[in-house]
Write a protein that binds this ligand. Structure first.
Ligand SMILES: Nc1ncnc2c1ncn2[C@@H]1O[C@H](COP(=O)(O)OP(=O)(O)OP(=O)(O)O)[C@@H](O)[C@H]1O
Length: 224
């Protein structure tokens, strides 16, 4: 069974009289153990697709299923439940809560699920070179640090799938290697039904390590 399945997603935005067709019939199947790199020029629809896959946005057409649970066409509270149970989401610009320190941000989803795992959170922060920043607040972090803390927060509760938008933006080559290593270890890790990741990236280094590279162009798969 696939970890995450998206069928024929459409998403249109309307700004004044103009219609932006951000997604035009995009389907995706994420298999256990798979690391998928999502490539495409700026504006091609990568963030929109990740938002729909994460249930943060409801597409205008199509369906998303995660670990056998439907994510689309449900009230936000139900989508949030599915998201917390099965997904780790890292958005562009990070998604940290300003009033919580780094460690509390990373353990937050686990706490909400009633399974906080501080040891795992500290382990992830260590692997990402952020052990010494555990008591810092988001406003005190650099852009690259925010991205890595957000990645740790997305992975700490051991979701079935990681959905990440540009996790290696704003970092040097050595740090990028750490980030890729953490993502690879996550995808290889044991889990009920397996784990997988869809990563939007402009990084050739990250794309080279993916098992599958998919390219979006104007809201469609380029080679479809
Ligand atoms: N909230 C919105 N309202 C109107 N248009 C939007 C909105 N969000 C995205 N768009 C438009 O939809 C298209 C796809 O945008 P999206 O952010 O998904 O691209 P992207 O591939 O992630 O780009 P980048 O690599 O720059 O992050 C673009 O034309 C963008 O301007």
């Amino acid at each position: 069974m696939s970890i995450l399945e998206a069928v024929d997603l459409y998403r249109f935005y309307h700004v004044a009289d103009e219609e932006v067709r951000a997604l035009r019939g995009v389907s995706l199947d994420l298999a256990p153990g798979e690391l998928v790199a999502l490539l495409g020029a700026s504006g091609s629809g990568k963030s929109t697709l990740l938002s729909c896959l994460a249930g943060l946005d409801d597409p205008d057409g199509g369906a998303v299923t995660v670990a056998g649970e439907r994510l689309t066409r449900r009230p936000e509270a139900q989508r949030a439940g599915v998201r917390a149970r099965h997904l780790g989401v890292m958005l562009q610009g990070g998604n940290l809560l300003a009033h919580l320190n780094v460690l509390d941000n990373v353990t937050l989803t686990g706490q909400l699920l009633g399974q906080p795992d501080e040891a795992r959170a500290l382990d992830l922060l260590g692997q990402l070179g952020l052990d010494h920043r555990r008591h810092a607040f988001p406003a005190q972090l650099s852009g690259g640090e925010v991205a890595r803390v957000s990645l740790a927060a997305a992975l700490a509760h051991r979701p079935a799938a990681l959905l990440a938008d540009e996790p290696t933006a704003e970092v040097d080559a050595a740090t990028e290697e750490r980030v890729i290593g953490v993502i690879e270890a996550f995808v290889r890790g044991e889990g009920r039904g397996g784990r997988g990741a869809v990563i939007a990236t402009h990084s050739p280094r990250l794309a080279a390590r993916a098992g599958r590279v998919l390219r979006l162009k104007d809201g469609r798969w380029q080679d479809a």
